[in-house]
Write a protein that binds this ligand. Sequence first.
Ligand SMILES: *Cc1c(COP(=O)(O)O)cnc(C)c1O
Length: 221
Amino acid sequence: MISKNLNEILQKIENSRLQYSPHHVVKLLVVSKYQDENDILEAYRAGQRSFGENKVQNLKQKMEKLSMHPIDFHFIGSLQDNKINQLISLDISLFHSLDSLKLAQNIDKRLKRDDKKLNALLQVNAARDDRTGFIPEMVVESYQQIQQECSNINLLGLMCVGPNSIDFNTIDKSFAITKNLFDKLAKNGASILSMGMSGDYEIAIANGSNLVRIGSKIFDR
Ligand SMILES: *Cc1c(COP(=O)(O)O)cnc(C)c1O
């Protein structure tokens, strides 16, 4: 079942990206936050290699249990200060949810102490809802400030969670705002635009997303 869903999603991603541009490449991150190791393994056997988790403790357990497989894990949840050390020790491939300057400074301090680097995306609160993240007018300035002050954080782009809405225009607008900011940051080296989940990934790709994070549509929940 998982492999069938995976293939369906991959086909839809393929269609969406071709409509955007034949040169546009979109990566799929499978969000396994409500799944166990066996579900991850099933997707792995179907060819999937990148998985996203939103709790440090669960991430650690799954990484340990799956350590013999060449899987890369991403962190997509909001990170509390008291979990920073543990997250850094896990050597993830990308942290999607850098949502405040204070968090960036705290992470960078621990990275410097441990002589480590962390790939990260700045989280944008494009819909100005109750979610965390940088409001649009702060994004470019904060991105540059983090690049200058937090030298052990490798900023690679932006992440946006679409608004909690079923209205196409509301979702479309949030993604367009984020894409516009992403384009402004191209000269700062931004290359990853993480937008789109099960309910809105096609709208996200139409707005230039190159990394979609999909859970429920893969695992049938
Ligand atoms: C849970 C989650 C996803 C996946 O959501 P689905 O609707 O299950 O596809 C993507 N991004 C973030 C930040 C999440 O927390």
